[in-house]
Design a protein around this ligand. Structure first.
Ligand code: NAD
Ligand code: IPM
Ligand code: MN
Length: 324
């Protein structure tokens, strides 16, 4: 699903990479996004949802969203997360020597973002004078994201899980999240360091001391914000991948949006989309060696420097050359 703007440029690049490393991969293209909404009245047509379910894996580019309220419109990615039960959002950040901003040591961290509730239930009311947004935290969704976090930490041999919340101000909601995550980690028997940070301090530490993070798990909006901050250390939005993950179905997408300022000019870095494809390879198809190869090729191409023009095409062909 290329979606809107630079999605149309970076998704074909990522598909080419996947087809090179997995020659038997079958792909189908499906519509989603703002343009699709304008044409069909749905940002994600039912036929697209059915196709993602049938495939078990989707790769989505980006959606352009209006900044005003449009009746009947809901962002394509939010629709997919909700309709497909993609309750976990996995956002890894790795440094690349000589390319990404230098921290004290090499960085390799993951922000695990609860992807189904919090403020993203999008229940707002307003009488014109007072506007209210509901924020829902449930024990079941908090436990579910904690289970995913434990599974990830265990399979990757991680050293520490940091629970990020705001239980000092929101003891009922964020307290429930924190306690549920702590319970699941304790019940799992996983031998790992567990600590917690309030979101404001977590933001400060993400700026000043990113190496203190290994796996950070948090609620939906905090995860949205903290993962963009973390993405800085991975080289910014042009390099930041993510995986929206549920049970038996996943949609990978670059963290960036449709980038209207550069769309249509061949200037978009395709690596965020390519690394998102690599997340399908690693997490959904469980072929870590192939995912490592893609990541390695992307890192080397970044180390060689971006071409001055035709960045999308130049970066894609350099990566393909390393992989074939
Ligand atoms: P954006 O991520 O589209 O762009 C932010 C800045 O980063 C821009 O200057 C852009 O040129 C640059 N950038 C982004 N991706 C890049 C890439 N691959 N290579 C080089 N530069 C890149 O965010 P925005 O401008 O705030 O939002 C534009 C639209 O995208 C909005 O309609 C917004 O709602 C939507 N959006 C969608 C998603 C998504 O689909 N997941 C995420 C964020 C924003
Ligand atoms: C992201 C994006 C989305 C979000 C927007 C486009 C709805 O910012 O995937 O991080 O807020 O989750
Ligand atoms: Mn975001």
């Amino acid at each position: 699903m290329p979606g809107d703007g630079i999605g149309k440029e970076v998704i074909p690049a990522a598909v080419q990479v996947l087809q090179t490393v997995l020659p038997d991969l079958e792909t189908v293209e499906a519509p989603a996004g703002w343009e699709t909404f304008e044409q069909t009245g749905q940002s994600v047509p039912d036929s697209t949802l059915d196709q993602i379910r049938a495939c078990g894996a989707g790769l989505f580019g980006a959606v352009q969203s209006p900044l005003y309220k449009v009746d009947g419109y809901r962002s394509a990615i939010l629709t997919m997360r909700q309709e497909l039960g993609l309750y976990a959002n996995i956002r890894p950040v790795k440094s690349i020597a000589g390319v990404t901003p230098s921290a004290e040591k090499a960085l390799d961290m993951i922000v695990v973002r609860e992807n189904s509730e919090g403020l993203y239930i999008s229940r707002e009311t307003s009488d014109g004078e007072t506007a209210v947004a509901e924020r829902v935290i449930t024990r079941s969704a908090s436990r579910r994201i904690a289970e995913k976090t434990v599974e990830l930490a265990r399979s990757q041999g991680r050293q520490k899980i940091t629970i990020v919340h705001k239980a000092n101000v929101l003891p009922l909601t964020d307290g429930l999240f924190r306690d549920s995550v702590r319970d699941v980690i304790a019940e799992s028997g996983l031998d790992i360091e567990v600590d917690e940070l309030l979101i404001d301090v977590a933001a400060l530490k993400m700026v000043g001391e990113p190496e203190r993070f290994d796996v950070a798990v948090t609620t939906n909006l905090f995860g949205d914000i903290l993962s963009d901050a973390a993405a800085h250390w991975g080289g910014g939005l042009g390099l930041a991948p993510s995986l929206n993950w549920g049970d038996g179905v996943a949609v990978a997408e670059p963290v960036h949006g449709s980038a209207p300022d550069i769309a249509g000019q061949g200037l978009a870095n395709p690596i965020a989309a390519i690394l998102s494809g690599a997340m399908l390879v690693r997490y959904v198809w469980q072929l870590p060696d192939i995912a490592d190869k893609i990541e390695q090729a992307a890192a080397e191409v970044m180390q060689a420097g971006l071409p001055a023009s035709q960045i999308t095409a130049g970066v894609t062909s350099a990566i393909l050359q390393k992989l074939s």
